[in-house]
Design a binder for this molecule. Structure first.
Ligand SMILES: *Cc1c(COP(=O)(O)O)cnc(C)c1O
Length: 225
């Protein structure tokens, strides 16, 4: 029996793009209004290059140090890459994060706002920022409490952070749609245009509910082992 062929990263990319365009179309949205962020955490440069070669330019990492090891060289080859930090950020890494990333998706506490504001002033560079909301109010999860969002947003705006939207990771093992809808409602209430939501298992749902960027790892790269 012939072995089933393992799809290449470029084939996965084409499939995800098709699914994204279909979901956007159903919602009456332009596919160009959704940024596909390829989450390349744990994957080496050899796994990333095929996606770059296929035209993918937005990538996401969850650790500053890992990104600092991989991306400067890749960026030398593909200077128009847009790099997103999607994982938790320690305040003492704020300067490295500001230097390396074009967008930071996990701003979730006052001390981090202060550290990022100082880092941006020092670097003379202001990456887009998303406030991360603990949308399921889960004790172990990152993100600010829903009740704390107005104060954190006010502090971030006062500090000069370019807050473009909200980000969340809904509770696992449950229907994500209500959480996506709630995040979209919070963004609307605060006049924030950006919505960073949706991963491999639910990015189509997220797009139908208004996501402006989806963070997709496994569906593009395969499992992280
Ligand atoms: C790893 C990760 C993703 C991608 O998850 P997949 O299920 O592999 O698509 C998205 N967002 C965040 C914050 C992540 O850490």
């Amino acid at each position: 029996m012939p072995q089933p062929e393992i799809p290449t990263a470029a084939q996965n990319l084409a499939e995800v793009r098709t699914a994204l365009a279909r979901a956007a179309g159903l919602a009456g949205r332009a596919p160009s209004g959704v940024e596909l962020i390829a989450i390349s955490k744990t994957h080496p440069a050899e796994a990333i290059v095929p996606l770059l070669a296929a035209g993918q330019r937005s990538f996401g990492e969850n650790r500053v140090q890992e990104a600092a090891g991989k991306w400067p060289a890749l960026r030398g080859l593909f200077p128009d890459v847009r790099l997103h930090l999607v994982g938790q950020l320690q305040s003492n890494k704020a300067r490295d994060a500001v230097d390396l990333f074009d967008a930071i998706h996990a701003v979730d506490r006052p001390s981090l706002v202060t550290a990022l504001a100082a880092a941006m002033d020092a670097a003379g560079k202001r990456p887009d920022c998303y406030l991360q909301v603990n949308i399921g109010e889960e004790p172990q999860k990152a993100g600010c409490a829903i009740a704390d969002l107005p104060a954190l947003l006010a502090q971030a705006r006062d500090a000069g952070l370019p807050i473009v939207g909200l980000m969340a990771v809904p509770p696992a093992e449950t229907e994500a749609a209500p959480y996506f809808a709630l995040l979209a409602e919070l963004a609307r209430r605060h006049d924030l245009p950006g919505l960073s939501m949706g991963m491999s298992s639910d990015y189509e749902t997220a797009v139908m509910l208004g996501a402006t960027c989806v963070r997709v790892g496994t569906a593009l790269f395969g499992g992280r082992g």
